[in-house]
Design a protein around this ligand. Structure first.
Ligand SMILES: Cc1ncc(COP(=O)(O)O)c(C=O)c1O
Length: 453
């Protein structure tokens, strides 16, 4: 053993220093990264190495839907580890069969066959590959305000600026971007409902003029890029556009799934059936890394007679599947989908109150327990407080300053570009919501200073 590995890690500072020195921090310049040491977590709170508690107002990366340290999920992991840690994906296992049977109950009707991976990224990679194999076509239409993952196909299909550093090599062939649906700040300068959903019509124009389009890949409610909730006509229109052009509709429900919006899956709000559904995060409440690419029976049966050219060593890994079974049971027992639906308006109303007292708050929008608070320099022009280019250049953003101040006051919230994504564990209580919103209320005075007079 080297002397360095024999050192006893006695302080939080040492743990943080070693983490910073020996490992990469994601999506950032490495200089100045000072990761906080987290030692424990329980319910809606996590606790740092010095014992300070933080309310987890974004459920880490919008994923710990059940809250931290749920005993039933922990026991499922332990029990599976004792029984069978690993066999190759060529074999059948009890958790694989059990989870698949349960998924048929909770996924949108018609989604019937499953490919299990270990992240949302990999689930999208599988979806893109399956769409191309099934249709024999190449192109994927995605939208600018989107995030679909970090590896080559999924980052190529990502509209947000995390794609920029890997271009042109990472651009991947055959991705075309359409305008997002954003009724607060429409990218094609229309106003709902007079627009007649022109953003969907423009997407059809893209399909018609590109040809060779295999699939349209969309987040039913855009997550990291601002909790964009489409108007009621959007998804039925998109479904009929896809049908008209024989193009698959892929719903990326990595963040919007698992009760987050008050439905098991967000696409259910519009009663639209996707051809492929991709998910991860809340599937195990993020306790273990699991992603899912799920297809209709029509797509599944194509591969009866065609080579399914995809796989991973960790596909259908038993230790990832058993906790997903427990997660679904816990969600049902605690009625968390219903809870998100019922508590959503309370959270929304509290957040909307911030707009009255803070000129920097341009918009508050959301669905269920999934909300964005968008900050602007000027409510009329809707100009954000920071640009994408500033973010990618590593400039400290105003939302990061607000989030840092909230952290000092014991509330953790996810910030991106010029908005916050609020997505607490679905077990959150009203008193916790009140506390978090009051902390945000105080911290927003930092942002108000940047508002144009
Ligand atoms: C909508 C969406 N798709 C895909 C991903 C990628 O998932 P992962 O980080 O598990 O690879 C994310 C992650 O935030 C996401 O929000």
């Amino acid at each position: 053993m080297s002397s360095s590995s024999q050192e006893v890690l006695s302080t939080s500072q040492e743990i943080s220093d070693l983490t910073r020195r020996l490992t990469f921090g994601t999506w950032r310049f490495q200089k100045f990264w000072a990761p906080l040491h987290i030692a424990d977590a329980e319910g809606c709170y996590f606790i740092d190495g010095n014992g300070k508690r933080y309310l987890d107002f974004s459920a880490q990366l919008m994923c710990v839907n059940l809250g931290h340290n749920n005993p039933a999920v922990i026991e499922a992991i332990a029990e599976q580890a004792r029984k069978l840690c690993y066999v190759s994906p060529a074999y059948a296992t009890e958790p694989r069969a059990e989870l698949s049977r349960l998924l048929l109950d909770v996924l949108p009707e018609g989604i019937e066959k499953f490919f299990f991976v270990t992240s949302g990224t990999e689930a999208n990679e599988a979806a893109i590959k399956i769409a191309r194999l099934f249709t024999g076509k190449t192109k994927i239409v995605a939208r600018y305000r989107s995030y679909h993952g970090s590896t080559m196909a999924s980052i190529a299909a990502t509209g947000d600026p995390r794609r920029w550093p890997v271009e042109p090599a990472g651009k991947g062939q055959g991705v075309v971007f359409a305008p997002e649906v954003n009724c607060y700040d429409c990218p094609i300068k229309h106003t709902y409902p007079g627009c007649g959903i022109a953003c969907a019509d423009y997407l059809e124009h893209i399909i018609e003029n590109e040809s060779d389009v295999a699939a349209v890949l969309v987040e039913p409610v855009v997550g990291t890029n601002g909790v964009l909730v489409p108007p009621p006509e959007y998804f039925p229109r998109l479904r009929s556009i896809c049908d008209r052009h024989n193009v698959l509709l892929i719903a990326d429900e990595v963040m919007s799934g698992w009760g987050r919006t008050g439905e098991w899956f967000a696409i259910n709000h519009w009663n639209v059936k996707p051809d492929i559904l991709v998910t991860a995060k809340g599937i195990t409440s993020a306790y273990v890394p699991l992603g899912l690419c799920a297809t209709t029976g029509r797509i599944a049966s194509f591969f009866d007679e065609h080579f399914f050219a995809h796989g991973h060593t960790y596909e259908a890994h038993p230790i990832t599947l058993a906790p997903a079974v427990a997660t679904i049971h816990e969600m049902q027992r605690l009625k968390l989908v219903e809870r998100a639906r019922e508590l959503g308006p309370y959270l929304g109303q509290k957040l909307a109150g911030l707009k009255n007292s803070h000129p920097s708050v341009g918009d508050v929008r959301g669905l269920g327990l999934f909300w964005a608070v968008e900050l602007v320099k000027n409510r009329k022009t809707k100009q954000p407080l920071n640009t994408k280019a500033e973010k990618m250049a590593g400039k400290p953003t105003v939302v990061d300053q607000v989030a840092a101040d909230m952290m000092k006051q014991g509330v953790a919230v996810s910030a991106w570009l010029s908005h916050f994504v609020i997505a607490p564990p679905l077990i959150i209580e009203k008193s916790d919501i009140d506390f978090a919103v009051s902390v945000m209320d105080q911290a927003l005075s930092i942002a108000d200073k940047y508002v144009e007079a």
